[in-house]
Design a protein around this ligand. Structure first.
Ligand code: R5P
Length: 281
């Protein structure tokens, strides 16, 4: 068994290889003069773990090329971050179900697939191969535990993220709630924990994805107004588009951290050991 990865998932892939005590295949990545992606893999094994987050269109194409390059091996696909998973239904006429389109493509040429905290688990049904969705909630809880916060309040930004937040909070037996948005007027919105009070507390807002950071930055401002002493933000997938990280820091967040499903400077937790354990079975 060997591990192979796209450019954007090389650190996580190397960690998975380390956790499995196996080697990682060296891959040469480049482009043709017209901009098309090219890759050439080193020596493959008859069983391959192919790792690639779909962070953008190039990452998607590289992953397709890798799967093709591994033709003839028994391939296990690891999709740490599955981009396009948020378009999981037709919201308007004429739209695709993008998550289905991606799942259909990646169900070919592999025996099975592993995803991590996929935005909507319902989309797993679109894969043609057995797919397991792993959660890093416990790992996030372990990281928060190491931060040594005193009696933190774990907050989901909305009720959809509450189950994940509850799994994080269970690690330390911490309080958990979700933010509720109340429209005060045509232009004014209030966000506050639904049941608990944030005053004089350390608050950790946890979510599966931070994209623009807009939701969390607005919530942070309001939590400080409500008397929170410090606010942290954590997510599994640090999409962090544009200036999201700086935007969050500017809102007064003490620390923003994510996992290595998308490799960032603020990736503080790794999905590697959980993925390796799922592969070992
Ligand atoms: C959406 O439902 C996700 O769980 C996140 O809450 C969302 O992607 C965050 O978006 P943003 O960072 O742009 O506010």
């Amino acid at each position: 068994m060997k591990v192979i990865s796209t450019e954007k998932s090389q650190i996580l892939a190397a960690r998975i290889a380390g956790a499995l005590n196996t080697s990682i295949v060296d891959v040469k990545f480049s482009r043709f003069p017209d901009g098309e992606l090219y890759l050439a893999a080193g020596e493959l094994d008859d069983e391959m773990i192919i790792v690639g987050s779909v962070t953008d269109s190039d990452a998607l194409v590289q992953l397709l090329l890798l799967i093709d390059a591994c033709e003839g091996s028994k391939n296990h696909l690891v999709l740490p971050y599955m981009g396009y998973a948020r378009q999981d239904k037709k919201f308007r006429n004429g739209e695709p179900i993008s998550a289905r389109a991606i799942a259909r493509v990646f169900g070919k040429g592999v025996e099975n697939c592993i995803t991590i905290n996929i935005h909507e688990p319902e989309v797993l049904k679109y894969f043609d191969v057995p797919t397991t969705n792993l959660s890093l909630a416990k790992d996030m809880g372990d990281y928060i535990m190491k931060m040594g916060l005193s009696d933190p309040l774990i907050l989901a930004p909305d009720d959809g993220a509450l189950a994940f937040a509850q799994d994080v909070a269970r690690v330390g037996g911490w309080d958990c709630d979700h933010l509720e948005k109340t429209r005060l007027s045509g232009v004014e919105v209030k966000m506050a924990p639904k049941k608990l009070c944030a005053a004089s507390r350390s608050v950790v807002i946890v979510d599966d994805i931070i994209s623009t950071g807009g939701t969390i930055a607005t919530a942070t401002n309001m939590l400080y107004q409500q008397g929170a002493t410090e606010v942290y933000a954590a997510c599994v997938h640090g999409v962090l588009i544009g200036g999201a990280y700086v935007h969050l820091k500017a809102s007064g967040i003490r620390e923003v951290f994510c996992s290595d499903t998308i490799e960032r400077g603020c990736s503080r937790l790794s999905a590697a050991s959980r993925i390796a354990a799922a592969i070992r079975g």
